[in-house]
Design a protein around this ligand. Structure first.
Ligand code: SF4
Length: 251
């Protein structure tokens, strides 16, 4: 029987483990772990070198950011100026998840810094919070050119980074901003108008879908959308057991 050279076998296993890790898998069945350790032992015997990789999931956002590095895993890498990882408090109780960076975000490397970002900042402050107290990121980390919708393979490639961010932060509540973020997190095809207004669940963490700040900007004349979003945020604040500032509707 042909036997693989230990180094070739080791490289294959390493690639497989990295793929698993990027998909959010945090453990291996005993048999696989055993095979890995046996391979490692074989390799050590051959090379007398310490292991060159870690199968451990990143424990901090900084570690994850370094792991993503100059990511070229999908075609969106070609058109970006900056990869937009996310910003805010690593131990935030509340995380806002949007769709993908826009032109301003791509230029600055920061999420929600354009006009829509201003709307989000105002909303956060109206909740009695500061941006630095929450965490803000997107499902997709690189800007799709001409603001096209990300392709399915791009979403599948990038979404595990969001999963790992959320696993590190462990927020008490997630706000999904807009259809794309809500559908990706909740793995459904429901319109945002049907999802918003009630909590859903992402791995046991309550998720409140609400309208995207860009949608509010593009529909300024319809004040009801603002009140719908505010009503969603009132529920979020209650879930977090935080005071709910009183807002009065102007006639
Ligand atoms: S969109 Fe995500 S997967 Fe694609 S290149 Fe950017 S960081 Fe990598």
């Amino acid at each position: 029987m042909n036997r693989l050279h230990p180094q070739i076998m080791y490289a294959s296993v390493r690639e497989y483990l990295q793929e698993l890790e990027e998909s959010g898998v945090d453990g291996l069945p005993f048999e696989v772990a055993l095979q890995q350790s046996e391979l490692s032992r074989g390799r050590e015997a051959e090379q007398q070198q310490p292991a060159q990789f870690s199968t451990a999931r990143p424990q901090t956002l900084d570690e994850l950011f370094k792991r993503i590095g100059d990511c070229q895993r999908c075609d969106l890498s070609h058109g970006r100026t900056n990869l937009v990882f996310g910003a805010g408090y690593e131990k935030a109780r509340l995380v806002f998840v949007g769709e993908a960076p826009g032109a301003d975000e791509d230029r600055q490397g920061q999420p929600f810094v354009g006009e829509a970002g201003l709307v989000l900042t105002r909303l956060i402050e109206a909740m009695g919070l500061k941006r630095a107290q929450v965490y803000i990121c997107n499902v997709i980390k690189c800007r799709p050119s001409a603001n096209r919708n990300p392709h399915k393979d791009e979403i599948n490639t990038c979404a595990p980074f969001l999963t790992q961010q959320l696993q590190i932060i462990k927020p008490e509540v997630i706000v999904a901003l807009g259809t794309f973020a809500a559908q990706t997190l909740l793995e459904n095809k429901e319109p945002i108008s049907r999802m918003r207004g009630q909590f859903h669940s992402w791995h046991g963490i309550p998720v409140m879908p609400t309208f995207h700040p860009s949608f509010l900007l593009h529909n300024k004349e319809n004040k009801q959308h603002y009140w719908d979003v505010w009503s969603d945020m009132e529920q979020v604040l209650r879930k977090l057991k935080l005071p709910v500032p009183e807002k009065k509707k102007r006639a």
